[in-house]
Design a protein around this ligand. Structure first.
Ligand SMILES: Nc1nc2c(ncn2[C@@H]2O[C@H](COP(=O)(O)OP(=O)(O)OP(=O)(O)O)[C@@H](O)[C@H]2O)c(=O)[nH]1
Ligand SMILES: [Zn+2]
Length: 204
């Protein structure tokens, strides 16, 4: 176990009242949070979103990616379902950090794609560690989930960490002209399961 459970409180949102649970990494002191809605103990398989931090998309309305749209859609979806969990996984920029993500954006402005930009900066395409998310679920006493994602890597790592995933629930929102190339690269180079209508129509 890499985490400890530190504190929890009510967190009202436009879609209903969640409970926010705060965790701390034992080794580094880094914090992560879970947003829990409804009675998750009664569910055989808990609707769950693993959302990696994206300050620009989640808080600053960026259209370069789909993160802000996915965050809002996931919280709405969980509230509508009556119960579920959003894990807010604080590994910004696929864990290269905010400032390196801005460096990667600058390289993308010169024509590199998101994978090439990470490589140019000396990072792997994706530096995230989803075992932290499995640990949050374990501390919430959740072992079986339905996962809101288009990313097969999240499924692979969570299952390897002992979480049973009964279903993948797609989360395709926020496609726009600014993120078409970004989403296309995720589909082509990172194995994301996406149906990019605008892109297929334009370039196929
Ligand atoms: N390095 C880098 N990170 C980016 C870039 N654009 C977005 N990100 C980060 O990518 C991550 C996206 O996280 P998620 O939405 O949880 O996951 P995902 O891998 O896209 O998979 P889904 O579950 O299908 O949404 C966030 O940490 C963003 O900050 C980029 O161009 N470069
Ligand atoms: Zn983003």
């Amino acid at each position: 176990m890499q985490l400890k459970n530190v504190a929890q409180a009510k967190l009202p949102t436009p879609w209903g009242e969640f409970t926010i649970v705060g965790f701390e990494e034992l080794a580094t002191g880094k914090d992560h949070v879970a947003m829990v809605f409804g009675d998750i103990t009664k569910q055989q398989s808990v609707l769950t979103r693993v959302h990696s931090e994206c300050l620009t998309g989640d808080a600053l309305f960026s259209l370069r990616c789909d993160c802000g749209f996915q965050l809002e859609a996931a919280l709405k979806h969980i509230a509508q379902a009556g119960s579920g969990i959003l894990l807010y996984h604080r590994q910004e920029g696929r864990n290269i950090g905010l400032l390196n993500k801005i460096r990667a954006y600058a390289l993308q402005d010169t024509g590199l794609d998101t994978v090439q930009a990470n490589h140019q900066l000396g990072f792997a395409a994706d530096e995230r560690d989803f075992t932290i998310c499995a640990d949050m679920l374990t501390l919430l006493d959740v072992k079986v989930i339905r996962l809101l994602t288009n990313n097969p890597e999240k499924i692979r790592v969570l299952e390897q960490a002992g979480i049973k995933i009964t279903e993948r629930v797609p989360l395709e929102v926020g496609e726009n002209p600014n993120n078409e190339h970004y989403l296309q690269t995720k589909a082509e180079k990172m194995g994301h399961l996406l149906h990019l209508h605008a892109i297929n129509n334009d370039y196929d």
